[in-house]
Design a protein around this ligand. Structure first.
Ligand SMILES: *Cc1c(COP(=O)(O)O)cnc(C)c1O
Length: 404
């Protein structure tokens, strides 16, 4: 989905944008293959809910299908309808389950609900009684206590021969609460509960793992793994371990002004930053209106962006359209107005920004928003992108500076 009006010439649109977002579809495909390799004999699905974590399902899903992905997970049925238009052949699972009243939509677009409550099972059975038998998944809650059959609901189903016969169970799944903590006792407990339940549905495929779960080892893989964040370049281990994935998102903001401050002058709303001495501040056309977290401006140490090849700290609060960075450490004539500051990319990971904002990479991605000028770097089908391929240069050429 293009966020810039279609009738504007692309070069002009780029020249008219304060910020730029490049999504590397080749990296998405590479990350998919990385997970598929880790998953061994299990099949690898893809979670493309929330517009593929904000990156654009329309662009991302076909690339994943091309990389070999046959099974997709969305959260809501309307996301499934959107996906069906892109991928006529894919298996599409709806994680929120069955919304009564929306039955025809599931049937017409071949959406497979992952039934998560007894009420959903009953509503689905009522619907399929008239519409005809259709495949469905079952979601057992094994300890996250969020969504999925509760213990007594699972017991009801296991004891209810008629309901089980009426269902065409195609997938049995559960979701791990602590997959990014390999040593957590929760993982083993959830694994045991899941294994016991899935044994009652030997013909259905079984699925337990999100991205982090895949790295818990083969005991956890079952028939199908369903990663999301790793495909999009997030580190599933957060800060615990180095990420096995390639960055996908490159965001940058145009430097609008370079200001010269004297000691004692302050920066931004609330005058929260005071210049300790003479310094230079670069004002960048990105703000919380672009999903940049406002609270980052009040954190110590301050989050960093990369300007002229060097990491520099922010100074002062984040506003809706602007952030300000301390560029005093750069050579005197740098940066230049019009240079681009790297907000996210190979040197500033989504996990770096997430940590500074007290959140996770998932939220960084889903908040990116519509204002960035979006470019999709196409995946070259059949040819993995060369390792360490550089980020596509966004707007004007960056001035050269010291690499740190
Ligand atoms: C979003 C989601 C996933 C994918 O999780 P990641 O941590 O992004 O890999 C898997 N399973 C369920 C049930 C989900 O909601």
């Amino acid at each position: 989905m293009s966020r810039t009006p279609d009738d504007i010439d692309p070069a002009l649109a780029l020249a008219a944008s304060g910020s730029s977002l490049t999504i590397d579809l080749g990296a998405v495909a590479e990350n998919y293959r990385r997970i598929a390799k880790e998953a061994g004999a299990a099949q690898t699905a893809a979670c493309v809910k929330a517009d593929a974590y904000g990156l654009g399902m329309e662009k991302v899903a076909p690339v994943l299908a091309e990389a070999g992905c046959a099974d997709f997970f969305v959260a809501e049925p309307l996301e499934g309808v959107q996906l069906r238009a892109l991928l006529p052949q894919a298996r599409i699972y709806v994680l929120d389950g069955f919304f009564p009243g929306a039955g025809p939509l599931y049937a017409d677009h071949k959406l497979v609900p992952v039934l998560a409550t007894r009420a959903q099972i009953e509503d689905w059975l009522a619907f399929t009684q008239s519409a005809g038998k259709l495949p469905a998944g079952l979601h057992l809650d094994t300890g996250i206590n969020r969504l999925g059959l509760e213990k007594d609901e699972a017991g009801w189903l296991l004891a209810n021969e008629a309901a089980r016969r009426a269902l065409d169970v195609d997938l049995v799944m559960s979701h791990l609460a602590c997959a990014e903590e390999p040593e957590s006792e929760m993982n083993k407990r959830q694994l045991e509960r899941f294994a016991a339940f899935r044994a009652a549905f030997p013909k259905a495929r079984a699925s337990l793992c999100n991205t982090a779960g895949v790295f818990l080892g083969p005991d956890y893989h079952f028939d199908l793994v369903r990663p999301g964040i790793g495909l999009y370049g997030g580190n599933p281990m957060h800060e615990h371990r180095e990420s096995p994935f390639k960055p996908v998102v490159y965001a940058s903001g145009r430097i609008l002004q370079v200001r010269h401050l004297e000691a004692g002058e302050t920066v931004g709303y609330g005058a929260t930053f005071t210049a300790p001495g003479p310094m230079r501040i670069a004002t960048i056309a990105v703000g919380y209106g672009d999903g940049f977290f406002r609270r980052v401006g009040d954190q110590k140490p301050q989050a960093e962006v990369v300007i002229c090849g060097r990491r520099v700290p922010l100074a002062g609060r984040v506003s809706m359209d602007l952030i300000t960075a301390d560029v005093s450490a750069l050579p005197k004539d740098l940066p230049k107005v019009g240079d681009m500051a790297e907000i996210l990319g190979a040197r500033v990971s989504i996990d770096h920004l997430a940590t500074a904002a007290g959140t996770i990479g998932y939220e960084v991605l889903t908040r990116l928003g519509n204002r960035y000028h979006r470019t999709y770097k196409p995946a070259v089908s059949g040819h993995p992108a060369p390792h360490g391929a550089a980020a596509p240069a966004p707007l004007a050429q960056q001035s050269s500076g010291d690499e740190t």
